[in-house]
Design a binder for this molecule. Sequence first.
Ligand SMILES: [Fe+2]
Ligand SMILES: [Fe+2]
Length: 281
Amino acid sequence: VTSPLLNILILGDVVGRPGRFAVANLVPALVAERRLDLVVANVENVADGSGLTPTLYQKLLGAGVDVMTMGDHAFRRREIFDTYQTSPRLIRPANFPPEAVGKGVAVVRTRSASGEPDAGTPVAVISLMGQMHMRPSVDSPFACADRLLAGLPPDVKVRLVDFHAEITAEKIAMGRHLAGRVSAVVGTHTHVQTADEQLLPGGTAYLTDLGMTGPHDGVLGRRADRVLKSMLTGMPQAFDVSEGDPRLNGVIVRIDPATGRAEGIERVSLPDTRQVPGARD
Ligand SMILES: [Fe+2]
Ligand SMILES: [Fe+2]
């Protein structure tokens, strides 16, 4: 008897209100139409472009995001520190110093076949950050991944890694390092979706960068006029989040729950045509 494959949506960096609205406008329909068992999102840029607040965390949960990962902006907002300690669904890079608040691994259960929450297959989500061209400096993500995998319960076969890193070579190397040992390695942080989705040997889904769930009319989610003024004059500007061309970027990975092997990976880049620029909630 073969169990049906799990469908897991993983979203690239959600940026500002346009990114959060794209999640709210598009994810519930995707969950229904694509029979999604779990939704994971990198949410390091939700609060005005940097960090996360408890209110925004709750809104994303309500929109259907089951697990949230962070990155170099993990500690930008102090208000979220308590949530790191109380929520099993919010994680920050595991290779931050051990003194940092929060944890780097979440183990949750998918919806059951009948749609009941937290009654299905256990899934581990691991957050890691790169060392190359990244601040703050962190411990080796490779050694950290080895340590975390050794510590996971053997019955948790489905294992997802968000590798938040700048350099493509470091991300590809992480994919190769974890090939056959986890279900998926996906990159975040550069906000530009790459086109190299593939299944690595041993059944590991891989994509160098998921892209950005947010406004695509600017520069990595910020207003183009401000970024250009800064680059043309060398003078600092307020890099406000832009508003046009909101899109949801990520992947849907299909995974055998019995083995944890990925059977497929599909890139997702959807426009949010319902969003009105300047809208508030
Ligand atoms: Fe980001
Ligand atoms: Fe980042």
